[in-house]
Design a protein around this ligand. Structure first.
Ligand SMILES: [Zn+2]
Length: 485
């Protein structure tokens, strides 16, 4: 505690005072380590290793939904690359469902102004991971539009029974473009997450959600719904334009819609988290996790979500290898499996390693694309930001010197965070991220190679800083939520 307040004080002081105080209290990093961090940063900004690995994951392997052959090929690829870099690699088993998309079809079959004998196509995608489909013939039902779960809950059952409920909440693009992309997402995503079970409870026949995302190119955004699979009605996302059309037509009279969704949920199969260690020289038992998630949705090739995160972790490993860096603590690269289906790999890691959490010094995950890097997000004790000022000064040399607290850890870090592990992520430009997130347009061309290198520089420098600091990081005592037990 004393140490922390002394550092807080020095940051507020002049450069001379900093030197004076730093000499009497052990600095978090020695001058030679700070030099090494600068070298690591400039090496990262020159290195194309990360982009090349991302290109292989996205373009050669392709979409990597859990339980698929591509997800399994990605596990083997990442493990082999890390072995080449001299890391000690093992695969930790995760049981995952195997979901296979079927036909997704939707059309308006009755609406105001309809020309006899015609219908209108609606662009639709089944929400992922459900074992519930329509019959091959589909279902035809009147559409009921609601804006929120609360609005649905307030309706009498006879207004909802047998209808197809359309959740018409809107993603606030202006909010996203102003730099609050995750706030815009959080504000819009609840009907996709929980609308299915709510609609079933209210007696609905099926559920549609307006796509949760920013782009207006008639793109559907897939995603998981009803993570714990408790409901039994089919659910799909339609494009923003189609949802707007249905709302307009509904203001003129009843709209009936024909929906066919034939995805299938098969038996669980084995998949894996890839875990690769570079053993620490002084505290090998203490672990700094550097990670991204290996699975993606099936529509695009998962270049942004989250091939980029895996590539950034791989590139960090490559830089340590290339620069012959031996960290004091163990660097553990993790490629998580099953994030998109409810953090399957991360939850299983949290349970299996629950007894070792005191030795998990810190964890990093990149899972918001590969946009321009601006600094470090910390999630945990408030003093973390102050501790990392010397690192931020170095990252500032390449324009990534911002340190901010973020309310949530990256998704796969939740099982660690709630067990007390401080969480970190690069701060990225996410203004366009939700235009492509979970769509067919999440492809490699959306990644700018220079911006990817900026992110690699942030994560590599932060990893090494965490693996060498002489400071203990403050940890939080949090209650473990039920779903992580
Ligand atoms: Zn992701």
């Amino acid at each position: 505690m004393k140490r922390i307040s002394r550092i807080l004080l020095t940051v507020a002081m002049s450069g001379t005072m900093w030197t004076a105080v730093a000499q009497t209290s052990a600095p978090a990093w020695s001058p030679s380590t700070l030099d090494a961090l600068r070298q690591l940063q400039s090496a990262a900004l020159r290195d194309d290793y990360g982009y090349e690995r991302l290109a292989h994951l996205a373009d050669n392997i392709g979409p990597r939904p859990v339980g698929s052959l591509q997800a399994s090929a990605a596990v083997d690829y990442v493990a082999a690359e890390l072995r080449k870099l001299g890391f000690d690699v093992r695969l930790e088993r995760v049981r995952v469902p195997r979901w296979i998309r079927g036909d997704d079809r939707c059309e308006l079959v009755q609406y105001s102004g309809q020309v006899p004998g015609t219908t209108q196509k609606i662009v639709v995608t089944a929400l992922g991971g459900l074992g519930v489909s329509t019959s091959r013939d589909g279902i035809t039902a009147e559409v009921l539009i609601v804006r929120s779960l609360a609005e649905l809950a307030a309706l009498p059952r006879d207004r909802v029974a047998g209808k197809t409920v359309l959740f018409y909440g809107q993603f606030d693009s202006l909010m996203a473009e102003s730099g609050f992309a995750f706030d815009a997402y959080d504000a819009a995503v609840e009907p996709r997450n929980n609308g299915r079970s709510a609609a079933e409870k209210a007696g609905a026949a099926a559920v549609l959600v307006r796509s949760v995302g920013g782009a207006q190119f008639r793109l559907v955004h897939v995603g998981a719904t009803d993570y714990f699979n408790s409901a039994h009605i089919p659910a799909a996302a339609i494009t923003a334009e189609d949802a707007d059309l249905i709302v307009l037509l509904s203001s003129q009279g009843p709209v009936r819609l024909h929906l066919v969704l034939t995805s299938d949920l098969h038996e669980e199969v084995d998949s894996y988290n890839v875990i690769a260690d570079l053993r620490g020289s002084e505290h090998p038992e203490q672990i700094v996790i550097v990670s991204g998630h290996l699975d993606s949705w099936d529509l695009g090739t998962g270049a942004l979500d989250d091939g980029a995160g895996v590539a950034i972790a791989l590139a960090t490993a490559h830089l340590f290898h290339d620069q012959k860096i031996r960290p004091k603590r163990t660097i553990r690269i993790v490629a998580w499996m099953g994030e998109e289906r409810g953090l399957l790999g991360a939850r299983s890691y949290g349970k299996e390693h629950a007894g070792e959490m005191a030795n998990h010094f810190a964890a990093i995950e990149t899972d918001s694309g590969a946009g321009h890097a601006m600094g470090i997000y910390t999630t945990g004790d408030r003093s973390l930001g102050t501790l990392f000022q010397p690192v931020a000064e170095i990252l500032g040399l390449s324009g990534a010197g911002v340190v901010r607290e973020f309310k949530d850890p990256a998704p796969d870090l939740m099982p660690l965070y709630f067990r007390g592990v401080p969480a970190f992520a690069p701060i990225q430009d996410t203004r366009k991220y939700f235009d492509y997130h979970h769509t067919a347009a999440d492809t490699l061309d959306k990644v700018n190679a220079k911006e990817l290198r900026e992110n690699i520089a942030v994560v590599a420098v932060l990893s090494y800083a965490l693996a060498t600091t002489s400071q203990e990081l403050p940890r939080q005592q949090l209650a473990l939520p039920e779903w992580l037990k």
